[in-house]
Design a protein around this ligand. Structure first.
Ligand code: TXA
Ligand code: MG
Length: 312
């Protein structure tokens, strides 16, 4: 069920959880000030309570209001990448950020989204807590229809059209005197080099005794369909290919195109939509062409496909 901006503000203020567009993916939003509504997000998504949520705000002064002890270069990062698909993990002012939001950690994740509708909404509602608007483990939603697919056709969603980026925000945190990535995302690691003077590395799952980015431990982005990730000997186990439009594949297989190898931004934008299409068409397995560059946005695309291909 699609909401106007006015209806969306009203619902959020009265404690409802609704779908909200951003430039990355749709979020499942609740007011930062209403713990009861925040709890509903976890129930709706079937999300473990140990997986914290991102706080979305309209302006940098709100980031400072909820956080403390900012690491070196934080302001430079904030000015370069906000509003935008950048999420920063900072020390929380514990009394101001409910433990449910931060899964009892002492840190909180913050983002200032660039999408105009979201900005307007945030200016009318105040801070919103939102994870991606998908059932836990499923591909994220990049269209209002996807939110309805996961939560029912009467679920309230503020319409925002197709998300421009199509991949979640890139998460940075400060650890051992340097910035590292908690999650690859819509901003490539290379983009941070001019500000930091180095390329932030992705923290590895196995390095995380007490996980620094808990969400990375769970199954993610997965359709029902089995993904065969480029293994040649398994090519004939399916008759569908997830591949690129300029490539010639055997005519025995039907191509579902991810777009062009020259346009990683377009591939990113459509990725979750194509993964969801597999299930809409009840395709049981698909061979994925993994032969693409291994830098910039392609790294995030490869990581999402690998996670989507993991067994439950
Ligand atoms: O693009 C996005 O980031 C979207 C849109 C809606 O903003 N949101 C999103 O939220 O992807 P979610 O909940 O699907 O992913 C948030 C990730 C999770 O992996 C979570 O573990 C991590 O952020 N996270 C949140 N708070 C954290 C914290 N305090 N410390 C470490 N990781 C945190
Ligand atoms: Mg998510």
């Amino acid at each position: 069920m699609r909401l106007s901006l006015v209806e969306a503000v009203k619902q959020l203020k009265s404690g409802e959880v609704i779908g909200v567009p951003t430039e990355t993916v749709y979020g499942l939003a609740a007011s930062l000030h209403l713990p009861h509504s925040i709890k509903k997000i976890f129930e709706l998504k079937k999300r473990p309570l140990i997986n914290p949520l991102i706080v979305h705000v309209a302006a940098l002064r709100e980031v400072f209001f909820y956080t403390q002890d900012h690491p070196p270069l934080f302001e430079e990062l904030a000015k370069a990448f906000w509003p935008g698909p950048f999420t920063c993990i900072l020390q929380a002012k514990l009394k101001l950020v409910h433990p449910l939001i931060r899964a009892n950690l002492t840190t909180v994740a913050l983002r200032i989204p660039a999408c105009k509708v979201t900005q307007k909404l945030l200016s009318l509602t105040g801070p919103l807590v939102m994870p991606s608007a998908n059932l836990s483990g499923r591909p994220s939603s990049t269209l209002a229809e996807h939110v309805e697919e996961d939560f029912g056709r009467f679920f309230p969603v503020l319409e925002g059209g197709a998300c421009v980026k199509g991949l979640e925000s890139t998460i940075l945190l400060y650890q051992d005197n340097k910035w590292v990535m908690g999650r690859l995302g819509a901003l490539a690691a290379e983009e941070f080099e001019s500000i930091l003077g180095y390329r932030p590395q992705l923290i590895q799952k196995k390095d995380q005794e007490s996980p620094l980015c808990p969400g990375q431990l769970f199954r993610h982005y997965a359709p029902q369909a089995r993904l065969i990730l480029g293994e040649e000997k398994l090519f004939n186990q399916t008759s569908v290919i997830l591949g690129f439009k300029e490539r010639c594949y055997p005519s025995s297989h039907r191509l579902i195109s991810l777009g062009s190898l020259d346009q990683p931004e377009q591939v990113a934008k459509q990725l979750y939509q194509k993964l969801r299409q597999l299930d809409q068409e009840k395709i049981e397995s698909v061979w994925v062409d993994m032969d693409f560059p291994s830098d910039r946005l392609w790294l995030t695309i490869a990581e999402r496909l690998k996670r989507a291909g993991e067994k439950a």
